[in-house]
Design a protein around this ligand. Structure first.
Ligand code: FEO
Ligand code: CA
Ligand code: CA
Ligand code: CA
Length: 652
């Protein structure tokens, strides 16, 4: 989504590009003039071990809350040993990755599943892109939404051909979804019916799918449901019941919106993440933003959807609904197998513009959740549950309700310090009355403890390996414009992917480095190029799937590539690859105007589901995907089912 480009962070915290620059400069000194081009990336990591010896006394500010400080970690474990590489398919050349239609590697096939407008139940009414009409609000409530983003496939009885998909519908513009204006949200919704249509196009779908006679389709099921901004929800965790989550009119909490990416839990539930929730609010009358509203980017017209003119919940100037906006910006837990479950907003995970929620279990059996706040100069977070998650569940407690939320401080030394956002910190005690206030104003708390402003953290993906590699996509770093000797790749407007050695997600201090800088690593024209990494997923063989959202080089459409990290070693002496040699292949390119996002597989990893979001931005002169170009049909967001022609694991 494009609205994350502005910054609302007025703190003086050191921005990540400064840290990066300082870190790169330090490497330059440590490398004593050694060329940083071909082998510098890994050589620099070895140099940092030298640096580490001088820094052992360092401790994280307030990092004593139950986690040990990891200074002096040895960087040795090798996990993905796969001689010969694990990415061997024939790549789509850059020259073939543009135009109105999607492309896939010649070694793969794809089919389209659950496009926007498909009826939840096969017997219902579907919208198929008729340019002269749109669904009614009531029809849309019984159809797949628009803006397909994060999703997860939950197998039924472990099947590779039958399961339930929970899928986010991040957004649809008034032009695309409602059919008004001349692009984007040029025109606000004019009626309550249009408001409800827009609202019903957003949210989440849960839908049972099955491969029948070789083709995936959604099937009749009592599990099929839509969750929208008008669905009843509940709050849980430390902020539940707090006055800041209650309105003077006393309306019950309802709904979820701008559901971007996702997570999933070992107990079988789906996590949907609320990102640009501020954009749906506005003011019909006099309104002066509070400091909190400013920090979360609320404004008089929001993103110009116009809901606030017809639905008072979204009107910031309507004092009866004061605090309604605090009910958004959360991670929401949904049971995909129980259609009568009320979605639960887990306040312990903080309130921000959540991109995704990558959940892992550490060796102490605690649940650890990594999360990015996608706005320029916002932060990366880590939540750790209070106890053994299985024990907590047995006791009837949710591991997502009790625990500590940390924010990342990235230092030039190559360490990230996870700083707890709790009342134990005197700075936070001075500014907040209780933990609930900290969580409702997570961004402000993170400003106060000195978190590092990042360049739009999008997805986090944790490798299923015993070292706990954490990968984070930072979609761009355009403000770093000065290159120097130690920074030969600056500026870096196309983003990069960060790599944290998670040390099993126990240590309060971890090592970090840059895995790859999107375009600059390989130079313009290189077949491995990509810009604006967004969705990422690392599989258990060391394949990193990279999905893009932004202007690509050479007019390429947005895409999904696969990088081979199977021989990635954090220790220079054992290093077998470097960034320059990194094998990255283009597997899929979307139709014009779309972004590629969302990723999940069947248990055997031989079927993958990804999403094409906002194809053509709704304009049939660019694409009618999935209908043939030239048909005049309105393009529809769609799930893409990918299989390998030889039946192999996806990415191989
Ligand atoms: Fe919804 Fe930051 O992408
Ligand atoms: Ca998006
Ligand atoms: Ca995204
Ligand atoms: Ca994005």
């Amino acid at each position: 989504m494009i609205h994350d480009n502005e910054s609302s962070n007025l703190s003086k915290n050191r921005p990540f590009e400064d840290v990066l620059e300082a870190r790169m400069s330090r490497r330059g000194i440590l490398a004593r003039g050694a060329a940083l081009s071909a082998t510098g990336f890994f050589a620099a990591i070895a140099s940092n071990q030298v640096l580490a010896r001088g820094a052992r006394a360092a401790t994280a500010q307030g990092a004593s809350n139950g986690t040990s400080v990891g200074v002096g970690d040895t960087l040795i474990a090798q996990v993905f040993e796969q001689p010969g590489g694990v990415v061997n398919f024939e790549a789509i050349p850059i020259s073939e990755g543009s135009g109105p239609d999607a492309n896939i590697s010649p070694d793969y096939n794809f089919e389209v599943l659950i496009p926007w407008g498909a009826s939840l139940q096969p017997t219902g009414t579907s919208y198929e892109g008729d340019p002269n009409s749109r669904p009614t609000a009531d029809q849309q409530a019984q159809q797949i939404g628009i803006g397909h983003d994060g999703m997860h496939f939950f197998p039924i009885d472990g099947s590779n051909e039958h399961g339930v998909i929970a899928i986010n519908h991040e957004f649809g513009t008034n032009f695309h979804l409602v059919g008004i204006g001349d692009g984007g949200n040029a025109e606000q919704v004019q009626t309550l019916e249009q408001t409800r249509l827009s609202q019903n196009g957003h949210g989440v779908s849960v839908i049972e799918v099955r491969k029948i006679n070789g083709t995936w389709q959604n099937v009749a099921s009592d599990k099929n449901r839509r969750i929208t901004v008008n669905t009843p929800v509940t709050f849980s965790g430390p902020a539940a019941g707090h006055p800041l989550l209650q309105t003077p009119i006393g309306n019950n909490p309802q709904g979820t919106v701008n559901n971007c990416s996702n997570g999933k839990t070992p107990w079988g539930t789906y996590l949907t993440c609320e990102e640009n929730f501020n954009g749906y609010f506005g003011a019909t009358g006099e309104w002066t933003p509070t400091a909190s509203q400013e920090r979360y980017g609320f404004s008089e017209t929001g993103f110009n959807y116009g809901w606030y003119n017809h639905d008072p919940r979204f009107d910031l100037s309507n004092t009866s609904y004061r605090n309604e906006e605090n009910r958004f910006g959360w991670v929401v837990e949904i049971d995909p197998m129980n259609p009568s479950q009320t979605p639960v907003k887990r306040t312990a995970l903080g309130r921000m513009k959540h991109e995704n929620a990558e959940l892992v279990v550490n060796p102490r059996n605690r649940v650890v959740v990594y999360m990015g706040d996608d706005q320029r100069f916002d932060y990366i977070y880590r939540f750790v549950s209070a106890g053994n998650y299985q024990q907590m569940i047995r006791q009837g407690r949710s591991p997502l309700d009790e625990g500590i939320l940390y924010v990342g401080q990235f230092r030039p030394s190559g360490r990230v310090y996870w700083l707890p956002l709790t009342m134990d910190n005197p700075v936070l005690r001075e500014n907040f009355a209780n933990q609930a206030e900290i969580l409702i104003n997570t961004r402000i708390a993170a400003d106060l403890v000195g978190a590092t402003p990042m360049d739009r953290p999008e997805w986090v993906s944790v490798a299923p390996n015993d070292r706990g590699d954490v990968f984070i996509s930072l979609t761009n770093n355009s403000q770093r414009t000065q290159s120097d000797r130690a920074n030969p790749l600056a500026p870096n407007p196309d983003g990069h992917i960060l790599w944290i050695r998670g040390k099993n997600h126990i240590k309060a201090v971890n090592r970090w480095d840059v895995l790859i800088r999107s375009v600059e690593t390989h130079g313009e024209g290189d077949e491995r190029n990509f810009s604006d990494p967004d969705g990422i997923m690392i599989d258990s063989d060391g394949r990193l799937f990279i999905q893009t959202d932004g202007g690509q080089q050479q007019e390429l459409n947005n895409q999904m590539l696969v990088a081979d990290l199977s021989n990635l070693r954090p220790n220079a002496r054992e290093n077998r690859i470097n960034r320059d040699q990194m094998d990255i292949r283009r597997m899929f390119t979307g139709p014009a105007g779309c972004e590629v996002t969302g990723i999940t597989t069947t248990p055997d990893r031989r079927t993958m589901f990804i999403n094409v979001q906002h194809p053509g931005d709704g304009d049939p002169s660019l694409t009618s995907f999935p209908a043939p170009f030239g048909s005049g049909r309105i393009p529809r967001d769609s799930t893409i089912v990918i299989t390998k022609k030889d039946g192999g694991i996806i990415g191989s």
